[in-house]
Design a protein around this ligand. Structure first.
Ligand SMILES: Nc1nc2c(ncn2[C@@H]2O[C@H](COP(=O)(O)OP(=O)(O)OP(=O)(O)O)[C@@H](O)[C@H]2O)c(=O)[nH]1
Ligand SMILES: [Mg+2]
Ligand SMILES: [Zn+2]
Length: 294
């Protein structure tokens, strides 16, 4: 059977990208209409019958996000501005941890570097580079060409608070894409379109989602037994813990706590993990606003 990737779904119309890069309109085979439907980003098997493309099945997903509704995301670009809104380690750390939990690579992009002391940016970049994360910075006097290189061969989602400069970034790399995404967010804000759809646009050899992700962080299904093992900053150490099921909180002979004492992991990064774990255990660290756990 032939393989394709879903780039857009509107109602029952699936736009699929074939291996040669061409886009075709497809529909689901009758047997697929019940149960879980595929989403944008899904890799599907299709048949071409009587001039029609029919999706037969979708392949096992590498990962899946509800917002935006996408499968098989390779990376999330976390956009954080230096000012308006000001940079928050805690927010950035929390996003990193939750993105990695979903088996997606986080990449940090600092914006509005023109509004900040370069030393402050240097400190932030060292903080994240030291623990294994890619981080870039840009501003009104800089281009965003690093983004073009990052997109190649990947499925990418941008995330970040309102006002950090996501649209400005897109505008720098592709003004036409930016206009398309703006039209969608305006339509969504007015509430005219009840069915949200996500579209993956071909950009610089990869696919970029038009809808920002992680605007609210969903903690509903985080499994505290596996969280630490997925975090890049922790990976070099956790095999050294005495207990296989160490949560790295108060256990004896915890290699992660030792790394922390040696200054190999920033205290504040660990603190975000600890807060998150305590929330998962007790359900009230971030207050009722974030109480999405059942
Ligand atoms: N000084 C400065 N201002 C910037 C920079 N990037 C964006 N801005 C300004 O920040 C404001 C918000 O930028 P947007 O690109 O609209 O932010 P956004 O992330 O798309 O915001 P939402 O669409 O609300 O999520 C605008 O007034 C931009 O002109 C920058 O690098 N330097
Ligand atoms: Mg925007
Ligand atoms: Zn441990």
């Amino acid at each position: 059977m032939n393989k394709a990737l879903i780039v857009k779904i509107i109602s029952k119309d699936y736009t699929i990208r074939l291996e040669d890069g061409s886009l075709k309109l497809a529909s689901l085979a009758g047997k697929m209409r019940k149960g879980d439907h595929p989403v944008a980003g899904d890799i599907v098997d299709y048949r071409y019958i009587n001039d029609r493309y029919i999706i037969q099945s979708y392949q096992k997903r590498k990962n899946y996000l509800i917002r935006p509704n996408l499968a098989n995301i390779d990376q999330v670009i976390i956009v954080m501005s230096m000012q308006d809104p000001s940079f928050s380690y805690e927010l950035c750390n929390r996003m990193i941890i939750l993105i990695e939990y979903n088996d997606i690579t986080p990449i940090i992009c600092i914006t509005k570097n023109d509004l900040s002391d370069p030393l402050e940016i240097y400190k932030i970049k060292s903080y994240y580079q030291k623990i294994g994360y890619q981080i870039f910075d840009t501003g009104s006097n800089d281009d965003a060409d690093f983004l073009k290189d990052l997109l190649k061969d990947k499925v990418t989602v941008l995330c970040g608070q309102s006002g950090v400069g996501k649209s400005t970034l897109l505008n720098k790399i592709d003004p036409i894409l930016n206009i398309k995404t703006q039209a969608i967010s305006k339509a969504l804000n007015r509430g005219k379109h009840t069915t949200r759809h996500v579209e993956l646009y071909p950009e610089f050899g990869g696919l970029l989602a038009d809808t920002p992700g992680f605007s609210s962080l969903d903690l509903t299904s985080v499994d505290k037994d596996v969280l630490a093992s997925k975090i890049t900053a922790f990976k070099p150490y956790i095999d050294g813990c005495r207990f296989l099921d160490c949560k790295h909180l108060n256990e004896p002979d915890c290699a992660l706590k030792e790394a922390l004492e040696k200054g190999l992991i920033p205290e504040s990064f660990y603190a975000t993990y600890k807060d998150l774990m305590q929330f998962l255990i007790s359900g009230n660290i971030y207050g009722d606003r974030h109480r999405t756990l059942k």
